[in-house]
Design a protein around this ligand. Structure first.
Ligand SMILES: Cc1cc2nc3c(=O)[nH]c(=O)nc-3n(C[C@H](O)[C@H](O)[C@H](O)COP(=O)(O)OP(=O)(O)OC[C@H]3O[C@@H](n4cnc5c(N)ncnc54)[C@H](O)[C@@H]3O)c2cc1C
Length: 637
């Protein structure tokens, strides 16, 4: 397929302004004639739904939680980047742009990233105006801290609850529009398919999760802000409910899926503690501002940390990456942790952990200051591990955290299905092969508050849409397919639980398509996943009925999708014969174990097309050109 990214011409600094001027407008009176469906009410969805409604469009907004306030965005801890340069430490839009392109290992579109850096400054103004309580300095000015992959302090934060505070801002904007009648909210309603009429996205089929009623909703355009798919690995830092269903079903209706294998493994999570654990907990990257990462120099050293003298400790990030130290980007810090653990120097009961130590910072700043900065994170750590991080170093280990892949979108955030827009973590757009910390919130809010509201108008003004109604064949057949699938899941009555399939898939994904990938392992994954999928459809047991709240049924639908997506991830990882960012192929590494890119062969966005249940997906390529940032080996030394 020919992928037209619609990147505007002209100097990078002027592309977005020029594009905004050239986009068609819908006049205020005409906006009332259009309706838009927004699936998702996390930061991306809530900001988009509220803004579209403020502009005058009729909006229907859907989420599977009981309230938009419970979207996974609420979990975000550390902060949100913006090139405000309040610290006067050398930051600029250009530097944020450069850091993000480099951080993504040169696998993101320059034009998108530049626009993101430009818009970052507006986001902070918008959120402050909403009353988001960002941390402030003693004198009342907004405070900043540093995140990985940057040598400036540009991260705005609200203690360890930045996502929660930002979501409250977006949620209030959304609630205002719900109360005004501009947005109709459908909580506990899950999108199970996309309705495509005459090649355009015109609606969704959704299931009321309380009554089980399946219903079609029609509109002039559909927006998916449905989050990431890290839970394909079963264990991840994502909320348990996060899933791929909305984007996967849209993929099967024709939306291309980009870079599915680009997964972010976050270096700073509480280590796995047992076979039956169902969730992993993030310890925010912000902790690496003050915490120092180390392991014993000696293999198998089991002494408690306070008995290991300074000279016998290896502060390996500071040693290997002196310019960035403990704030090396996530992919690099994760791999370094794996390397020391593989070398037999890991800590904790199973040797799969490294220390994150605050002793120096407490000595320098005092315990109160550290409590002020990270109090809730320390408390969370103590509750989960029963260890006091003010007294002993935390133990951390990498875990699946974020998915850079997602549905392919052009510069206007429109997928390959006209009328289907994708925002936030659900699209592939801005982070290349590795997202820098504090950039997901920035992207979700840039998409929802500042980009989509312009670009969707251009589509609606030019689309010449016919009236769609629920008696049309495409609507009836899509609804029929959803009902049939629900009944099929319930009728299998096999012997294995949904969770047991999910756990098995997750382990396979982690082993074969996780932090280190090899051609041999990926081929094994591609062979084993279809067999597991086959068994799922023969042997899964979904108790209960479809006419009630049935969490096993919800999970079964999502796991069925993960069982297809997982295979695509392995295929994507196998075809990309290079290492870049979070995609580390053991065959492609430098002598000192760093990722080795192959720009001649792989400087492109991979976009996969669904070809049917038993057919191999088809790959299209969108070449990436770098005119403003020089392609170079990424170094944080
Ligand atoms: C523990 C943790 C901490 C993080 N901390 C940070 C941080 O400090 N800074 C940062 O920049 N990023 C952080 N991130 C990443 C960031 O939080 C997410 O990438 C971001 O919040 C995603 O927002 P979203 O709006 O795209 O999706 P989400 O917040 O995941 O929202 C998805 C929405 O879609 C709805 N939905 C999904 N599927 C369906 C369906 N089929 N039908 C109906 N509704 C559906 C859900 O109900 C929900 O409303 C963190 C991530 C984690 C896991």
């Amino acid at each position: 397929m020919d992928l037209n990214s619609r990147i505007p011409v002209g100097p990078i600094q002027q592309k977005w302004d020029r594009h905004r001027f050239e986009l068609k407008l819908v006049n205020p009176a005409n906006k009332r004639k259009y309706s838009v469906i927004v699936v998702g009410s996390g930061l991306a969805g809530a900001s988009a739904a509220a803004t579209l409604s403020e502009l005058g469009y009729h909006v229907k907004c859907f989420c599977f939680q009981d309230s938009p306030r419970r979207a996974h965005s609420i979990a975000a801890q550390g902060g949100i980047n913006a090139a405000k340069n309040y610290q006067n430490d050398g930051d600029s839009i250009w530097r944020l742009f450069y850091d993000t392109v480099k951080g993504g290992d040169f696998r993101a579109r320059e034009a998108n990233v530049y626009r993101l850096a430009q818009i970052s400054v507006n986001i902070i103004d918008q959120c402050v105006a909403q009353g988001v309580p960002f941390a402030r300095e003693y004198g009342g000015l907004l405070a900043n801290r540093s995140f990985g992959g940057a040598q400036v302090s540009r991260t705005f934060y609200a203690r360890g609850q930045t996502g929660q505070q930002l979501l409250l801002g977006a949620y209030q904007a959304l609630e205002k529009e719900i109360a005004r009648g501009g947005v109709t909210m459908f909580p506990r309603t899950e999108m199970l398919d996309l309705i495509v009429i005459n090649g355009r996205a015109r609606g969704i089929v959704a299931r009321d999760m309380v009554t089980g009623r399946v219903e079609s909703h029609l509109a002039d355009a559909v927006v998916l802000g449905t989050g990431g798919y890290g839970n394909v690995f079963y264990l991840s830092t994502n909320a348990k409910g996060s899933n791929a269903t909305a984007i996967w079903r849209a993929h099967k209706r024709g939306a291309l899926f980009s870079n599915p294998c680009y997964t972010q493994i976050h270096p700073t999570c509480i280590p796995v503690s047992g076979e039956y654990q169902s969730k992993l907990t993030l310890m925010s990257e912000s902790l690496r501002n003050d915490g120092r990462v180390w392991v014993p120099k000696q293999r198998g050293d089991r002494r408690p940390p306070d008995q290991i003298p300074e000279a016998e400790r290896d502060y390996y990030l500071e040693r290997k990456y002196p310019s960035f130290g403990n704030l090396a980007p996530r992919d690099i810090a994760s791999r370094a942790a794996k390397e020391v653990c593989d070398d037999g120097r890991g800590v904790g009961p199973n040797g799969l952990g490294v220390f994150l130590d605050f002793a120096d910072a407490i000595k320098r700043l005092g315990e109160d200051r550290i409590r002020e900065r990270y109090g809730n994170l320390f408390e969370m750590y103590q509750r989960i591990t029963d260890e006091n991080p003010y007294r002993a170093p935390m133990r951390i280990f990498p875990a699946v955290h974020y998915t850079m892949g997602g549905l392919w979108v052009d510069y206007d955030l429109m997928s390959t299905i006209p009328g289907l827009f994708v925002i936030g973590e659900a699209n592939f757009s801005d982070h290349g092969a590795n997202r820098l910390g504090a950039s997901a919130l920035m992207q979700g809010l840039a998409d929802g508050y500042f980009i989509l509201p312009y670009t969707i108008g251009d589509y609606l003004a030019g689309a010449k849409l016919e009236k769609a109604d629920s008696n049309q064949g495409d609507v009836i057949s899509t609804e029929g397919a959803v009902n049939e699938r629900v009944l099929r899941l319930l009728s299998i009555k096999g012997r294995r639980t949904v969770d047991s399939f999910h756990r098995e898939l997750g382990k396979l994904m982690w082993d074969k398509c996780g932090m280190a990938r090899s051609a041999e392992g990926l081929r094994e994954g591609i062979q084993r996943i279809p067999a597991l999928r086959e068994e799922f459809w023969q042997n899964v047991n979904v108790p209960g009925s479809d006419a009630e709240l049935n969490q096993a049924l919800e999970k079964a639908g999502r796991v069925a999708d993960f069982l297809e997506l997982g295979e695509l991830m392995c295929r994507d990882a196998l075809h990309r014969e290079e290492s870049c960012g979070g995609h580390f192929r053991v065959e492609h590494q430098t002598e000192d174990g760093e990722a080795k890119r192959d720009d001649d062969s792989f400087a492109y966005v991979a976009a996969w097309e669904w070809r049917g249940d038993n057919a191999e997906p088809c790959l299209s390529r969108e070449p990436l050109t770098f005119e403003n940032v020089q392609l170079a080996t990424r170094s944080y030394k």
